[in-house]
Design a protein around this ligand. Structure first.
Ligand SMILES: Nc1ncnc2c1ncn2[C@@H]1O[C@H](COP(=O)(O)OP(=O)(O)OP(=O)(O)O)[C@@H](O)[C@H]1O
Ligand SMILES: [Mg+2]
Length: 613
């Protein structure tokens, strides 16, 4: 993925945008068509039938014209001629009906099914991708890639099945017919097709960079748009509305200029190609008439060329025009494929298993970890143990890697070196989902969904019983916050707004604690608290701390508490002080104080105010 992104950054390369780019793009597209491949193939076979029927009409017209001199001479209409006329009409009607059947029944239905399926496919892929990917890409860009990709895939489906493939089949069949009927006329008619292809190729080479630039600008603009709305509070607090507007405007203006340039250039190229093709078409007709007069070809052949020639030129224009659009659309499809091919998922190994019993002894065994794309390791030769039913605390200055330890513990990332074990088994050998369900986490910034309080609390276990919900809201002191009737008029059914915007920081933390509590009641074995009570008032924090201590015994869970506040840390059985990517000190509160090292310095600072300083 990194490599692919780097290529995009490098800019475009002309040679990549020719036929090979088209074929790779179509291959990517075909993979994404997935379950509809069979229907699409069937549609393609039917397209051949429709195009042959479309050519059969002028062919019978040719036969009729070939017979006309005889008819004029004899003055009687032969049965053969009547048969030709009847067949010609039958062919025309069948062509209309079959085309309708292919387009309406096979392709449209297939595209509608794909339109419903692609977003689900994209979402499940995005949800499976590692946190690393999500931390790298901003939400607006991701959404733009997916939406644009899907929109463009639909366009490709429609253009391929409506315009490009039928016209292409017609063109090949017509070339064959003309060469058989009179190779000299056929050759003259098709002679300019090669230079037309070359002109078209030049056009793609010129434009592909602009298309790619346009796509990137589109993602950028989408990113700015979303970011400004996601961070609306900060934008307004710091009166940055104008700056946000100007940022978006600059990108959109660049897109506008690119758009104008692309469209104008396209018109010139298409016009040039059409003029060349039509000149040769007229020359073919003139030569055909001359051959007829010389008795070297039949009049029907010229009629056939006149009837099919126009359609072929229009069709070729259609192919060139749509080919360029498809190329442009393929840029989006390739971007969607990048996401689909991203392999940064934390996946199960082929031998992953669920152990029959769990004691709950976790060890970090000389692990090292650096975030993807970063050279500097956050943790190096880092050791840690979480014994069953123990409460450990992670302490350290901001940015030392406490949250990173929690992420590695829950296997959101895999370590680069060393290993983390559960009861002696490397966690990479355990079933990923089973392992993750062992953890009830309250994150530093609690994720809150735009849903009701109850839906947020029961997010981890939707079938939590009312008794469990009641226990959880008491444990997290949500009941005290709900006692303010006017703040939560609908009780647990109150909508909390996007990202819990209608909740205070402390209220969001309580939601997080209640959510984790329900997970504990439903089988989680480790409670991970990442600054989980930092926004609570001291009274509520103390009440929650003592509640957490009591569930440790009652539910047989271990607790990993990351905190700056002394009140949380001192109760831990084991305190690990992280410094410089390693455990600098470890032991009980008393033991560490007695050591008079980093911990005692941090404690002194905290007594003065804040451990973070
Ligand atoms: N997704 C990420 N990609 C790259 N670097 C990251 C990422 N997340 C954190 N870091 C870096 O890793 C280091 C450790 O971050 P971490 O969040 O673990 O610190 P922390 O000890 O929890 O700090 P705090 O007390 O402020 O929460 C920091 O230098 C941070 O900049
Ligand atoms: Mg942190």
């Amino acid at each position: 993925m990194e490599a692919v992104m780097a290529n995009w950054e490098d800019g475009f390369r002309y040679e990549d945008k020719g036929l090979s780019f088209f074929l790779t793009g179509i291959k990517n597209f075909w993979k994404l068509v997935g379950p509809e491949q069979r229907a699409m193939k069937l549609g393609f076979y039917w397209l051949i039938v429709t195009q042959l029927l479309a050519l059969a009409f002028p062919y019978f017209l040719k036969l009729i014209f070939d017979d006309l001199p005889e008819v004029l001479k004899s003055g009687t209409i032969s049965t053969r001629l009547i048969c030709f006329i009847i067949i010609m009409f039958a062919v025309k009607i069948s062509a209309i009906l079959v085309t309708l059947f292919v387009k309406e029944t096979i392709f449209i239905k297939g595209v509608i099914r794909l339109e419903a399926w692609w977003p689900v496919l994209a979402q499940s892929k995005l949800l499976a991708l590692s946190l690393g990917y999500h931390e790298r890409e901003n939400t607006g860009k991701k959404i733009s890639k997916i939406e644009k990709g899907i929109e463009r895939m639909v366009e490709i489906c429609v253009k391929l099945s409506w315009d490009i493939l039928p016209q292409f089949i017609y063109l090949v069949a017509n070339l064959t017919c003309m060469m058989i009927l009179d190779w000299r006329l056929g050759l003259l008619f098709f002679l300019p097709f090669a230079p037309a292809y070359w002109i078209n190729k030049r056009y793609y080479e010129r434009m592909s960079g602009d298309w790619e630039k346009w796509e990137k600008k589109k993602e950028e603009s989408s990113g700015y748009f979303t970011q400004s709305l996601l961070n609306i509070r900060t934008v307004q607090d710091f009166v940055q509305e104008r700056r946000e507007k100007e940022r978006l405007q600059t990108v959109r203006e660049c897109m506008r200029d690119l758009d104008t340039d692309i469209n104008m250039t396209e018109r010139y190229y298409i016009m040039g190609i059409r003029i060349v093709l039509n000149v040769f078409f007229l020359a073919t007709i003139a030569l055909g008439v001359y051959f007829v007069l010389m008795g070297q070809t039949k009049v029907g052949t010229v009629v056939f060329i006149i009837t099919t020639g126009n359609v072929t030129i229009e069709g070729l224009g259609e192919i060139f025009n749509n080919y360029s659009k498809i190329l442009r659309n393929l840029v989006s499809v390739n971007r969607l494929t990048e996401i689909m091919n991203d392999d940064t998922e934390i996946t199960n190994s082929s031998t992953a298993f669920v152990p029959t019993t769990t004691i709950g002894d976790i060890r970090f065994d000389k692990i090292s970890f650096n975030y993807p794309g970063k050279d500097q390791a956050v943790l190096e030769f880092f050791d840690l143990q979480i014994a069953p039913r123990q409460m450990i605390a992670l302490v350290g200055r901001s940015g030392e890697g406490k949250t990173t330890v929690a992420k590695l513990l829950c296997r959101v990332y895999d370590v680069n070196h060393g290993r983390i074990t559960l009861d002696g088994i490397d966690i990479r050998q355990l079933d990923r989902d089973w392992y993750r369900r062992l953890f009830a986490i309250v994150q530093q910034d609690v994720d809150v969904f735009d849903a009701t309080l109850l839906e947020n609390i029961t997010y981890a276990c939707r079938d939590a019983t009312p008794a469990q919900v009641d226990e959880a809201i008491r444990a997290a002191h949500i009941h005290t916050m709900m006692e303010k009737q006017d703040r939560f008029p609908d009780g647990l059914a109150t909508q909390v707004g996007e990202r819990g915007i209608r909740l205070s920081g402390g209220e969001r933390q309580r939601v997080g604690i209640a959510r984790a509590y329900i997970a504990l009641l439903n089988g989680a074995k480790f409670l991970v608290l990442d600054e989980a009570t930092s926004s609570l008032d001291s009274e509520t924090e103390l009440a929650i701390q003592s509640m957490l201590n009591s569930i440790r015994k009652k539910l047989d869970v271990s607790i990993v508490a990351i905190a700056h506040r002394l009140s949380t840390i001192r109760k831990a059985d084991m305190i690990y002080v992280i410094d410089g990517g390693q455990v600098a000190e470890s032991g009980s509160h008393e033991k560490l104080l007695a050591q008079n090292g980093l911990y005692s310095r941090l404690v002194e600072l905290q007594k003065l105010g804040d451990l973070r300083k």
